[in-house]
Design a protein around this ligand. Sequence first.
Ligand code: UMA
Length: 451
Amino acid sequence: MSAFDGRRAVVIGAGVAGRAAAATLAAEGATVLVTERRDAGAVGDISALGSAGVDVRTGGHMPADLDGAEIVVVSPGVPPDAAPLVWARERGIAVWGELELGARLARVPYLAVTGTNGKTTTTGMLAACLRAGGIDAVACGNIGFPFTTAVREQHQALVVEVSSFQLAIHERFHPRVSVLVNLAPDHLDHHGTFEAYRDAKAAIYRNQRDDDVHVGNRDDPTAAAVSATAPCAHVWFGAGVPTADGPDVGFDGDTLLARGSDGAVELGSIDGERAGHRVDAAAAAAAALAYGVTPDAVRDGLVSFEPAAHRGELVAEVDGVRFLDNSKATNVHAAAAAIAAVRDAVLIAGGRTKGQDLSPLRDTAGNLRAVVAIGEAAPSLHAVYGDLVPVHDAGSIEDAVGAAFAASARPGIVLLAPACASWDQFASYAERGDRFATAARALVAGVHAGG
Ligand code: UMA
């Protein structure tokens, strides 16, 4: 009998995480209600929940939704002060996130990856290294495949990408190996302060003990300070050559190396398309080795890994103008890294700032010939760049593509690196990137027609 048999659970939010949590709770024998702020028409097809015996109430939250509830499971993006969470706390009902539910159901060891940027690539690379080492491992969590679904499948290990939203409210999440890839301000509208965001990230290792491992970034002082206090063994990665005084995993030129008892062990070359993922590769390799995967398997895993979409890929080339989609650059740190890799480019940026200060982007103006501003952040982008490069406004991503194409050199680069969340204009960064790519490809017709 499951610990959830006959218990009444309420899930807040009918997005990806909420649906997964509801289906898992129902499969574990709980009586489940999903309550969703949006109207039914906006939520999409939820018939699968009905088939699984889950009740769904759309169009807003009401105190009566919580009647009889023993557990409230909250979707990661629901603000901490949202009304249903306040009601639950007032009534003394336990509020869990998906990490808590997943941790209570996990039957196999799991590794966890967090950080401000590069989480998804590191998670994918780490899972690929484990699989190359003969371990049936799956990447899950914030990456888009919910942890609460993955725990019910048959695997030997899980590699969980965890966000600050998820980490902020767990109690029992206990990874064997945890990774903090890097740390810079993000999601300040959700957490309130950078300190609260940082503390949420630090919660990744809260339950780790002596025989667990935390992997930290030696070259990121903010992240390293957080990593240093992990209550378990440490492994460090960095850009330098691994030595007794340097990182345990690092680089000599493009060659990734790990410090071994008989000198350095080669883990392959991180060059070509992978050159933008050096930090992620070093972090993933360090975590895989810490989990017991052999250097040969790490090398094979890194070679087999295919980076996911919206992380700087070339999506169209029109009249000598290359369109690069880095829609996943949803904060200043990620956008600045993407802009640093281009010259004389037109930047498309903007969206919801999430409380970030965009002014550090001023340092990137030397790599740009123009900026096209979209979404809520447009006034802030004028303030950041207005006295340095021309800034144009666009009401939609399609208009932005047209304006950027017009402003670009021939040959030239148009870079989508928004530095902001997509949520003011799109359902997700993926939708924003897809529409950017579609609009860029559509320019071909116009160019051939002489437009
Ligand atoms: N909602 C309510 N009441 C509220 C607030 C929201 O009902 O008061 C509803 C919304 O109307 C919506 C649902 O809750 O229907 C949205 O839930 P959500 O924002 O938690 O999104 P999900 O679709 O469940 O996706 C979440 C993660 N999203 C966020 O953390 C914002 C996904 O990460 C993740 O892949 C998925 O769970 C599976 O675990 C995305 C993300 O952008 C990729 N993450 C952020 C990031 O990476 O920076 C943290």
